[in-house]
Write a protein that binds this ligand. Structure first.
Ligand SMILES: Cc1ncc(COP(=O)(O)O)c(C=O)c1O
Length: 336
């Protein structure tokens, strides 16, 4: 099972921008066994410790805060090694993610109160993690927001892209939250002297790159804290994408390319909509699609949900001539 993590497909998108000579490729991370790019981070943060005998079945407890993909990746790998895993989630974690976590055998701690200062669940989830670490002997906290093994995993993500395209990558668009993907890819680009401009795709309302905090609807990209991993110098450029533009990006992607992708993938499409107007002729752009759309059927792919939050917007993806730019009412946010 572990060997099926990584080496995900890189596909050319020929129908999104039919009238340009820009080549666009997408790295489909949903092909990982846990369904997202976070399988790579989870494996990287656990494997060395297991090999070194620092994490052992029947003794160690892995504790992590995640309401989504990282938790699922961790749950899968902990199951594989027979490690006890406690996942600290919050009241906004979807029923589907909770069911997946339980199916892998994770124990769940559900935080139901928001932080008094910020109104967010994340600070309360982090406090609960720290309590568990003091309460439980032999507990290990991978800490995806600060563990250098998280970005290390993505040097390989970038190596796979580099090898597939023989280094000819002009732009790489990465959605950001812990910034592990951004940082690992940027490091590979620097160390291998690639010409690639690494573009961070962040959510409107995320505090990562100095913008004010705001409420967000879509989980995945964006963050309400600035991770210790974050190095703003890793991004040649940052593009902020609203929830609505991310939804439109997803809907255009499935309509044109038959790719059912998650919200942060739609955000990278929306970011490319803006970037493509100024990329040099014949450029090659790569988008990382962190997960699939099956975890967003009740939101992004539900007409009723979209209508409730954004009104009648279907013309934005059905009209092929229209490229959406900045919009969106936003409410609510989820952690990574
Ligand atoms: C769907 C999705 N997109 C993007 C990201 C951001 O990736 P990173 O944490 O490497 O910045 C995450 C993180 O969990 C994610 O789940």
């Amino acid at each position: 099972m572990l060997a099926t993590i990584g080496n995900t497909p890189l596909v050319e998108l020929r129908r999104l921008y039919p009238d340009t000579d820009t080549r666009v490729f997408a790295k489909l991370e949903r092909a990982n066994p846990g369904g997202s790019i976070k399988d790579r981070s989870a494996l990287s943060m656990l494997l060395d410790k297991v090999r070194a005998g620092e994490l052992t079945a029947g003794r160690s407890v892995v504790v992590e805060s995640s309401s989504g993909n990282l938790g699922i990746g961790m749950a899968q790998i902990c199951r594989y090694f027979g490690l006890r895993f406690i996942c600290v989630v919050d009241a906004k974690t979807t029923e589907q993610n909770i069911a997946i976590l339980r199916a892998y055998g994770a124990e769940l701690e559900v935080v139901t109160e928001r932080d008094a200062l910020t109104g967010e669940y994340l600070p309360v989830r982090m406090r609960r993690v720290r309590e568990l670490l003091t309460e439980l002997p032999h507990a290990y906290w991978p800490n995806q927001y600060g563990n250098p093994l998280n970005p290390r995993a993505h040097e390989k993500t970038m190596r796979e892209i580099d090898e597939a395209l023989s280094g000819r990558i002009d732009y790489l668009l990465c959605a950001t939250s812990t910034t592990g993907t951004l940082s690992g890819c940027a490091r590979y680009v620097r160390e291998h002297g690639l010409r690639t401009e690494v573009v961070a795709v962040d959510a409107v309302g995320s505090v990562l790159f100095g913008q004010p905090a705001g409420r967000r609807l879509l989980p995945g990209h964006g963050a309400s804290i600035r991770p210790t991993l974050l190095d703003p110098g890793d991004a040649a450029e940052v593009i902020h994408v609203s929830d609505l533009d991310s939804v439109v990006g997803c809907r255009r992607l499935v309509l044109r390319e038959a790719i059912l992708a998650g919200g942060s993938s739609g955000a990278t499409v929306a970011a490319l909509d803006r970037l493509i107007r100024r990329v040099p002729a014949g450029a090659t752009c790569v988008l990382i699609f962190p997960d699939g759309g099956d975890r967003y059927l009740g939101t992004i792919y539900s007409d009723a949900w979209v209508n409730q939050h954004f009104g009648e917007v279907a013309h934005l993806w059905k009209d092929p001539g229209r490229v959406p730019v900045g919009a969106a009412r936003a409410a609510g946010a989820q952690g990574c």
